[in-house]
Unconditional design. Sequence first.
Length: 183
Amino acid sequence: MAQPRQPEPVKLIVGMISRFEDAFRLAETDLCKHFGAIDSRSAEFPFDITDYYSDQMGTNLTRRFLSFADLIAPDRLAEIKLLTNQLERDLAATAKWPVERPINIDPGYVTLSKLILATTKDYAHRVYLGRGIYAEVTLKFKKGKFEPWPWTYPDYRTEGYLSWFAKVRDLCLRTAKGGGPSA
């Protein structure tokens, strides 16, 4: 009989969507207070594949990703999603921006074999983690690159995203081997 064992630590990532530079900056500051140093920032990507958030957030949205230097235990994902939801509410409560929701903050993690995202929405391909939070395997790492699943969001299929997640996977591998994050 196989024995349960602790999973390997994972690389925390956070995706943020906004149109306000100061909302990105404030969210990043708050995230660093909770999760430590950032070891990679993605390019800024236009978030124009869908208008899903336009009622709450307006138009001309962009997305950025962050990864954090310290590896985390994967079972922290639900706790982290609840925290990022609270950070969103806290920023919205300041009423500094002319929209209901100035920023969207979505955590996930990268392992050597996959990208997992946290969500509050259930669906057939999502697994319940507890406390109203679900996890989705969004990308798989196969034959040297990340690949989408049939349910992967269209923007997560783009070359810019896939390249950045591959970079984060490399950081995860180096950190796990004790080499630390790259400069």
